[in-house]
Write a protein that binds this ligand. Structure first.
Ligand code: SF4
Length: 329
């Protein structure tokens, strides 16, 4: 299905979007089978094709359930609007179908969000981000299940200077959103935003570094091609009003990078947060203690924070569970 209720100025969908029918479930099932063969157990799969929450909840739930059943780790990619309109939709995916990961796309390139129109400034969209953070927390509480949030942002010449505002918001909401992915605008699909020579992997990365306020290791982890991806895992420790940010793999720590990569691929991703926070931190702390080469402060952390990621090309993102994603949004 190439269908969406939004008309973002940067969009990977093709010009035939909104004129196609959803694929029959049998076809989706075959695609998932192929992905399972290629990716192996716990392969990360993004469920997308436009706005998949436009499907009726049982239809999307069937896809999520099947992905889980064959051993994939699905993430639903969404602009979030339908989750706000249909009470209980996200909770049912989590409780009844085993969904553990959801990615919300929010930025000023979007057009179509009801009631909000076009905000112009990223800071004005924090109220939308706040609603999704609250939704994640509420669904965790209601269902007693694990749910990890990711946040995707397209970066154009219009909002490049506002990347630090979004990073600050993500740091403050790291309990709900475990990963934030910035994607510099690319000339794909039906994108109308013109390529901006000032918007590049490097310029976005510079803005992220400014916002975090500690020198970040550009080569902390590698997902995909190094010319197209920068991924930096961080621990965010909040003690009352105080916040500490610790890099999992500081610059020059090649052993730490190997260990982190292995940890992410063997431990099923970063530890869960919310109600599982303490158990999760203990799990990662134990893993870190048993492996030399990572900063000891990380093992003493009381929370884990967003993996800041920058990627070339609108619409793809790594998975907050920690492994590369092989399917483009
Ligand atoms: S970028 Fe995503 S939310 Fe925006 S129009 Fe395209 S599919 Fe819809």
């Amino acid at each position: 299905m190439e269908h969406c209720d939004f008309a973002c100025s940067s969009c990977y969908l093709t010009p035939i979007a909104n004129r196609t029918r959803p694929l029959p479930f049998e076809e989706v099932r075959k695609q998932l089978d192929v992905l399972r063969d290629g990716l192996g157990p716990q392969g990360k799969v993004q469920i997308t094709a436009g706005e998949v929450t436009l499907l009726d909840p049982p239809e999307l739930g069937r896809i999520v359930s099947y992905a889980r059943k064959i051993g994939l780790d699905p993430m639903v990619m969404t602009n979030g609007q339908r989750f706000e309109e249909v009470p209980g939709y996200l909770a049912s995916l989590v409780r009844d179908h085993g969904l553990q990961k959801v990615a919300f796309h929010v930025d000023v390139t979007q057009h179509g969000r009801k009631g909000d129109h076009h905000f112009g400034r990223e800071a004005a969209l924090h109220k939308v981000r706040d609603r999704f953070a609250a939704m994640i927390r509420m669904v965790r509480k209601e269902t007693g299940r694990r749910l990890h949030g990711a946040h995707t942002v397209t970066v154009t010449g219009e909002n490049l200077d506002q990347v630090p505002d979004i990073v600050q918001w993500a740091l403050e909401n790291h309990d709900a959103f475990r990963m934030i992915s910035f994607q510099p605008v690319a000339d794909v699909g039906r994108t109308r935003d013109l390529p901006d020579p000032g918007v590049s992997l490097d310029s976005v990365w510079t803005k992220i570094r400014e916002a975090v306020g500690v020198p970040l290791n550009r080569f902390a982890l590698q997902f995909g091609h190094p010319s197209c991806n920068i991924v930096c895992p961080l621990f965010v420790i909040t003690l009352g009003e105080r916040r500490e940010i610790i890099q999992c793999v500081p610059e020059g720590d090649s052993q730490g990078r190997k260990v982190m990569s292995r940890l992410l691929s063997t431990a099923g991703g970063l530890p869960p947060l919310g109600s599982h926070r303490v158990r999760g931190v203990l799990r990662i702390a134990a893993a870190l203690r048993s492996r030399p080469g990572l900063p000891s402060a990380a093992a003493a952390g009381t929370g884990t924070g967003p993996i800041a990621a920058v990627q070339g090309g609108s619409g793809s993102s790594p998975d907050p569970g920690g492994s590369p994603v092989h399917e483009r949004r």
